[in-house]
Design a protein around this ligand. Sequence first.
Ligand SMILES: [Zn+2]
Length: 535
Amino acid sequence: MAALLPHADAVVVTSLQVRDNAITLGLTTCRPAVPCPDCSTLSTRVHSHYRRLIADLPWSGVAVSINLYTRRLFCDQAACSRQTFSEPLPQLVARYGRRTLRCEQVLYALALALGGEPGARLAQRLSLRVSADSLLYRVRQTSQENAHAPRVLGVDDWAWKKHQRYGTILVDLERRCVVDLLPDRKADTLAEWFRTHPGVEVVARDRAGAYADGILQGAPEAVQVADRFHLVMNAREALQRVVHRHQGVLRAAMKTATPEASLAESSPEPVPLASAAGVAERERRLARYQELMRLRQQGAGVAAIARALRIGTGTVRRYLQAGGFPERHRPRSRPSILDPFIDYLSRRWQEGCHNARQLWREIRTQGFPGSDGIVRRWLMQFKQDLPEALQHGHRYQRRAAVTRMAEAPPTTRQVAWMLFSDDIHEEKDRLYVERVLASSIELRQATELAREFHRMVREQRSEDLDDWLARTNQSALHSFSESLRKDLPAVRAALTLPWSNGQTEGQVHRLKLIKRQMHGRAKFDLLARRVCQAA
Ligand SMILES: [Zn+2]
């Protein structure tokens, strides 16, 4: 009984009716004495009996209701203000509840995970009768007051409606969960939040402007940390602006590429980005193909060849019809449940997190339903696909390198990426970069400074910051260094403290998934509750 129902000591099963699609369990309360909910004095004096019908969780898809025969009792304690009370069974059902507690918990979980309409549809399939409104009501009812003030907070913006309306997300970087959503990204709103949630010691944020002001107003003693990823991206963008001013140099560097050089570089066959395993596989297939053709020339039939090579007759026919060795095309990658998380994973890779299990843990909190094996396989493929020297770079660098294989001249953006990465895999790209850098002192200097900045941020060498700033002052990157100076304490903190907004971005991504699930009809308060609670 205890395994079947809570309060097994307080109720007895008196009947069990099973009909086509309904099970009714009859229960009667049976304690000889019941404590008053106000004064806890035990009472034995029964005032009256009555029945309650309570919905419970279904049994194998069959709806279950509990027909509870219960009592109202007198409280005889003179000092107690209560004269009568209904027998409480708090673990079974709330005072005026029409569903058991465990049934309510399931509905709440459904509402959090799926929202109104989809939640109600799934509930229907589980034989739980509930409306979408009633599900949403459960989420709204739950108070958000359990929110604690985190010690280390990540602040970032998220698009409520892209390019039109933005909100702010607040993430507890130590507990790795969303603390709150704000309806806009104004300084005043953020400041007000800090005033009502004192105790934050460190804040990681990317936008220097409004967020910095808001933190300063609301939590002046908190240490602000500029986000390292955004710092590096800003450096690359600054370099790109310098590149943009040197179009002539870029064009000249393209022309200097001699035809002999490009001839020597291009191989007669298209070179697939093949792994060692892929090459071995091709060798094996080629050997089989040659053997097949040899047998065919000796006059063997399809069935005989199939038997000899232990392959299907269909395969033999395909080979014979191909008129040459059929190269295997890389299968187009199939859609995967990992797809929505690829951007995030690539970014975390760039930040230096190469641990599959850690990555898996992070995207799992964003709602990834798969196993860590999927992440591990993706990571292996990702590493394999990266040109070796770019393995520590970003996916954009990869794209730039790949695009360069085609003969189109690189864009300003691609050149900036090439200059920004310390080493370039493609010989052709390397020569091109060499020519570009050889023809402009300004560009060479800016490139060196940008690379230095990247290394300094990656290795968190705050002791080199002042020297770097001083030297950059005289270079083409001076406006970038000027912007860093304006935010200097936060930049310095970024090169000293371990906190970064990587996981905040992850939570923004999770928020997007939840928002999409709500089909854009989400009211702000409901969205906020689901994002904060479903963690
Ligand atoms: Zn009482």
